[in-house]
Design a protein around this ligand. Sequence first.
Ligand code: ATP
Ligand code: MG
Length: 195
Amino acid sequence: MKHPKEEITFVLIKPDGVRKGLVGEIIKRFEQRDLKVVALEMFQPTHEQIDNHYPKDGAWITRLGQKTLKTYEKYGVDPLAELGTNKDVEIGKMVRKWLVDFMVSAPLVKMVVQGIHAVDVVRKIAGPTFGYQAEMGTIRGDFSIDSPLLANKEKRAVMNLIHASETPEEAEHEIEHWFGKGFKVHSYKRYGIDE
Ligand code: ATP
Ligand code: MG
């Protein structure tokens, strides 16, 4: 088992994060929480790379659709009138396509972040998926306000500044996908954390 300080997670700064000039701000928030950036690069992803980044299984796609249906129910929107379907799988597929189109629309910044409970802490610093629900003090709560209600109306993905792995297993898989098999993170001792 890894030492607790060695847990790693994968983070992508999305097109809206890059285009809003938030690269430095986002990295700062991880570093100020005593997490270490142990790999970092800006790059232009291909359509295929993004398509392979997001899961393709039915369960994940259905969950994406269900999220939208829940929002529609809450705000009294008819999915059939708005999107032409009320099937979660169909809506999920639609959202996934918007997501891929969005993610290739500008360069991204990929990084590996390391530290105690890195996976959970990074997601906590990011805040929940939809900016309008994110608390102030989180990245999404301080710098975004998007909602699926608006995004679906505009036929695009919700813009929420960053992606962060949900579990250590997902992190491992995503780091391999984006940095290559056998990639070794950079190792250094941070003042106040490691010595
Ligand atoms: P991320 O994976 O980016 O960390 P997340 O895990 O909170 O966010 P997921 O459910 O994995 O969210 O969805 C992936 C991405 O798809 C979201 O970050 C968002 O950009 C977009 N998205 C999710 N649900 C919707 C929706 N209902 N309508 C439009 N876009 C959506
Ligand atoms: Mg996710």
